[in-house]
Design a protein around this ligand. Structure first.
Ligand code: ZN
Length: 219
Protein backbone atom coordinates (compact mmCIF):
# COMPACT_ATOMS: atom_id res chain seq x y z
CA UNK A 1 0.00 0.00 0.00
CA UNK A 2 2.75 2.35 1.11
CA UNK A 3 4.83 1.73 -1.96
CA UNK A 4 1.84 2.30 -4.10
CA UNK A 5 1.06 5.63 -2.39
CA UNK A 6 4.66 6.83 -2.80
CA UNK A 7 4.67 5.94 -6.43
CA UNK A 8 1.47 7.88 -6.98
CA UNK A 9 2.96 11.01 -5.28
CA UNK A 10 6.05 10.86 -7.45
CA UNK A 11 3.96 10.33 -10.55
CA UNK A 12 1.70 13.25 -9.82
CA UNK A 13 4.68 15.60 -9.49
CA UNK A 14 6.44 14.25 -12.47
CA UNK A 15 6.06 15.63 -15.96
CA UNK A 16 5.42 12.27 -17.49
CA UNK A 17 2.99 10.64 -15.10
CA UNK A 18 1.12 7.63 -16.44
CA UNK A 19 -2.04 9.76 -16.25
CA UNK A 20 -0.66 12.57 -18.40
CA UNK A 21 0.91 10.03 -20.72
CA UNK A 22 -2.49 8.39 -20.98
CA UNK A 23 -4.15 11.76 -21.58
CA UNK A 24 -1.58 12.60 -24.22
CA UNK A 25 -1.98 9.28 -25.97
CA UNK A 26 -5.74 9.68 -25.87
CA UNK A 27 -5.40 13.11 -27.43
CA UNK A 28 -3.09 11.72 -30.09
CA UNK A 29 -5.51 8.92 -30.74
CA UNK A 30 -8.43 11.34 -31.03
CA UNK A 31 -6.36 13.46 -33.40
CA UNK A 32 -5.50 10.40 -35.45
CA UNK A 33 -9.16 9.35 -35.47
CA UNK A 34 -10.25 12.82 -36.59
CA UNK A 35 -7.59 12.80 -39.25
CA UNK A 36 -8.72 9.35 -40.33
CA UNK A 37 -12.39 10.32 -40.60
CA UNK A 38 -11.41 13.59 -42.33
CA UNK A 39 -9.38 11.60 -44.83
CA UNK A 40 -12.23 9.15 -45.29
CA UNK A 41 -14.65 12.00 -45.86
CA UNK A 42 -12.31 13.52 -48.45
CA UNK A 43 -12.08 10.15 -50.20
CA UNK A 44 -15.89 9.86 -50.23
CA UNK A 45 -16.21 13.40 -51.60
CA UNK A 46 -13.66 12.65 -54.34
CA UNK A 47 -15.69 9.61 -55.43
CA UNK A 48 -18.96 11.55 -55.27
CA UNK A 49 -17.44 14.42 -57.28
CA UNK A 50 -16.35 11.97 -59.97
CA UNK A 51 -19.89 10.54 -60.18
CA UNK A 52 -21.42 14.02 -60.13
CA UNK A 53 -19.18 15.11 -62.99
CA UNK A 54 -20.07 12.00 -65.00
CA UNK A 55 -23.73 13.01 -64.69
CA UNK A 56 -22.91 16.61 -65.61
CA UNK A 57 -20.96 15.50 -68.67
CA UNK A 58 -23.88 13.34 -69.86
CA UNK A 59 -26.21 16.32 -69.41
CA UNK A 60 -23.81 18.61 -71.31
CA UNK A 61 -22.81 20.62 -68.26
CA UNK A 62 -19.32 21.76 -67.36
CA UNK A 63 -17.63 19.48 -64.77
CA UNK A 64 -16.97 21.00 -61.34
CA UNK A 65 -13.44 21.42 -59.96
CA UNK A 66 -14.47 20.50 -56.41
CA UNK A 67 -17.26 18.87 -54.43
CA UNK A 68 -20.09 21.41 -53.92
CA UNK A 69 -20.16 22.69 -50.34
CA UNK A 70 -23.38 24.66 -50.80
CA UNK A 71 -25.24 23.50 -53.94
CA UNK A 72 -27.02 20.24 -54.70
CA UNK A 73 -24.52 17.42 -54.21
CA UNK A 74 -26.24 15.33 -56.89
CA UNK A 75 -26.22 17.75 -59.85
CA UNK A 76 -23.93 20.50 -58.52
CA UNK A 77 -26.44 23.28 -59.24
CA UNK A 78 -27.91 25.75 -56.75
CA UNK A 79 -31.37 24.40 -57.65
CA UNK A 80 -34.75 26.05 -57.43
CA UNK A 81 -36.34 26.13 -54.01
CA UNK A 82 -34.77 24.85 -50.79
CA UNK A 83 -32.02 22.22 -50.88
CA UNK A 84 -33.16 19.14 -48.99
CA UNK A 85 -31.04 17.52 -46.32
CA UNK A 86 -30.41 13.81 -46.50
CA UNK A 87 -29.72 11.42 -43.64
CA UNK A 88 -26.00 12.05 -44.35
CA UNK A 89 -24.83 15.48 -43.23
CA UNK A 90 -22.77 16.45 -46.30
CA UNK A 91 -25.38 15.42 -48.85
CA UNK A 92 -28.15 17.78 -49.93
CA UNK A 93 -30.42 17.51 -52.94
CA UNK A 94 -32.46 19.91 -55.03
CA UNK A 95 -36.11 19.16 -55.71
CA UNK A 96 -35.44 18.15 -59.34
CA UNK A 97 -32.82 15.60 -58.28
CA UNK A 98 -35.07 14.10 -55.56
CA UNK A 99 -37.74 13.47 -58.18
CA UNK A 100 -35.25 11.72 -60.46
CA UNK A 101 -34.45 9.00 -57.93
CA UNK A 102 -36.13 5.72 -57.13
CA UNK A 103 -38.85 5.52 -55.88
CA UNK A 104 -39.58 9.26 -56.19
CA UNK A 105 -39.32 9.28 -59.99
CA UNK A 106 -42.66 7.47 -60.02
CA UNK A 107 -44.29 10.23 -58.00
CA UNK A 108 -46.30 12.83 -59.89
CA UNK A 109 -46.00 15.97 -57.83
CA UNK A 110 -48.60 18.66 -58.64
CA UNK A 111 -47.08 21.88 -60.01
CA UNK A 112 -46.34 24.43 -57.33
CA UNK A 113 -45.80 21.98 -54.47
CA UNK A 114 -42.50 22.35 -52.66
CA UNK A 115 -40.75 19.38 -51.08
CA UNK A 116 -39.74 20.03 -47.48
CA UNK A 117 -38.47 16.58 -46.47
CA UNK A 118 -37.95 13.12 -47.95
CA UNK A 119 -36.51 9.75 -46.97
CA UNK A 120 -36.23 6.38 -48.59
CA UNK A 121 -34.37 3.18 -48.20
CA UNK A 122 -30.94 3.86 -49.70
CA UNK A 123 -29.83 0.23 -49.88
CA UNK A 124 -30.28 -1.67 -53.08
CA UNK A 125 -30.18 -5.22 -51.76
CA UNK A 126 -33.78 -5.16 -50.64
CA UNK A 127 -36.67 -6.33 -52.69
CA UNK A 128 -39.12 -4.18 -50.79
CA UNK A 129 -38.40 -0.48 -50.73
CA UNK A 130 -40.30 2.39 -49.23
CA UNK A 131 -40.42 6.14 -49.62
CA UNK A 132 -41.78 9.13 -47.73
CA UNK A 133 -42.01 12.67 -48.96
CA UNK A 134 -43.47 15.77 -47.40
CA UNK A 135 -44.42 18.93 -49.26
CA UNK A 136 -46.01 22.17 -48.12
CA UNK A 137 -49.41 20.65 -49.02
CA UNK A 138 -49.32 16.88 -48.73
CA UNK A 139 -47.59 13.81 -47.36
CA UNK A 140 -46.68 11.05 -49.81
CA UNK A 141 -46.07 7.42 -48.95
CA UNK A 142 -44.65 4.72 -51.17
CA UNK A 143 -45.01 1.11 -50.20
CA UNK A 144 -44.44 -1.97 -52.33
CA UNK A 145 -46.92 -3.82 -50.13
CA UNK A 146 -49.85 -1.82 -51.39
CA UNK A 147 -51.65 -3.80 -53.98
CA UNK A 148 -53.18 -0.81 -55.65
CA UNK A 149 -52.42 0.51 -59.08
CA UNK A 150 -50.27 3.25 -57.69
CA UNK A 151 -47.63 2.50 -55.09
CA UNK A 152 -47.55 6.19 -54.16
CA UNK A 153 -50.31 7.49 -51.98
CA UNK A 154 -51.02 11.21 -51.64
CA UNK A 155 -52.46 12.40 -48.36
CA UNK A 156 -53.39 16.09 -48.24
CA UNK A 157 -52.18 17.64 -44.96
CA UNK A 158 -55.70 19.00 -44.42
CA UNK A 159 -57.02 15.41 -44.08
CA UNK A 160 -54.54 14.35 -41.40
CA UNK A 161 -55.73 14.28 -37.79
CA UNK A 162 -52.62 12.92 -36.11
CA UNK A 163 -49.53 10.83 -36.72
CA UNK A 164 -47.76 8.22 -34.60
CA UNK A 165 -44.75 5.96 -34.73
CA UNK A 166 -45.41 2.45 -33.45
CA UNK A 167 -42.34 0.45 -32.59
CA UNK A 168 -42.15 -3.27 -32.90
CA UNK A 169 -39.22 -5.64 -33.08
CA UNK A 170 -40.13 -6.86 -36.54
CA UNK A 171 -42.68 -4.45 -37.96
CA UNK A 172 -42.19 -0.82 -36.93
CA UNK A 173 -44.84 1.39 -38.54
CA UNK A 174 -45.82 4.96 -39.17
CA UNK A 175 -49.53 5.48 -38.72
CA UNK A 176 -51.21 8.48 -40.20
CA UNK A 177 -54.69 8.94 -38.79
CA UNK A 178 -57.02 10.54 -41.28
CA UNK A 179 -60.55 11.84 -41.15
CA UNK A 180 -61.50 8.48 -42.62
CA UNK A 181 -59.25 5.59 -41.61
CA UNK A 182 -55.54 5.25 -41.12
CA UNK A 183 -52.66 5.06 -43.59
CA UNK A 184 -50.00 2.67 -42.34
CA UNK A 185 -46.48 2.47 -43.68
CA UNK A 186 -44.54 -0.57 -42.60
CA UNK A 187 -40.81 -0.74 -43.27
CA UNK A 188 -39.32 -4.05 -44.43
CA UNK A 189 -38.10 -6.82 -42.20
CA UNK A 190 -34.32 -6.72 -42.47
CA UNK A 191 -30.97 -6.88 -40.68
CA UNK A 192 -31.00 -5.10 -37.32
CA UNK A 193 -28.86 -2.18 -38.60
CA UNK A 194 -31.13 -1.54 -41.55
CA UNK A 195 -34.16 -1.66 -39.32
CA UNK A 196 -32.54 0.83 -36.95
CA UNK A 197 -32.06 3.21 -39.88
CA UNK A 198 -35.70 2.72 -40.97
CA UNK A 199 -36.94 3.33 -37.44
CA UNK A 200 -35.08 6.66 -37.37
CA UNK A 201 -36.72 7.56 -40.70
CA UNK A 202 -40.19 6.72 -39.39
CA UNK A 203 -39.62 8.68 -36.18
CA UNK A 204 -38.34 11.66 -38.17
CA UNK A 205 -41.34 11.43 -40.52
CA UNK A 206 -43.71 11.61 -37.54
CA UNK A 207 -41.81 14.62 -36.13
CA UNK A 208 -41.72 16.51 -39.43
CA UNK A 209 -45.37 15.80 -40.10
CA UNK A 210 -46.34 17.01 -36.64
CA UNK A 211 -44.37 20.22 -37.21
CA UNK A 212 -46.20 20.79 -40.50
CA UNK A 213 -49.58 20.14 -38.89
CA UNK A 214 -48.73 22.43 -35.97
CA UNK A 215 -47.87 25.20 -38.46
CA UNK A 216 -51.28 24.72 -40.02
CA UNK A 217 -52.87 24.62 -36.57
CA UNK A 218 -54.09 21.06 -37.05
CA UNK A 219 -52.52 18.80 -34.43
ZN1 ZN B 1 -29.75 18.71 -58.05
Amino acid sequence: MGACGTKQTIDENSDITPASRHRRSRKTMQFKLNRKSENELETVKTILLKELNQRRTIEGRVPLAKFPETGCTHCGEAGEGPLLESAVIYLRTCQTCVLKRFPFQKLRLPAGETITWFRSDPTLHRSSEYGMLLTDQAFYLYSPFWLTFSKWRRIPLSEIQSVAFHDSRFFPTLRVHLNRGTAVLRTPLDYADEMKFDRRNLIEAAERLRESLAKMGQE
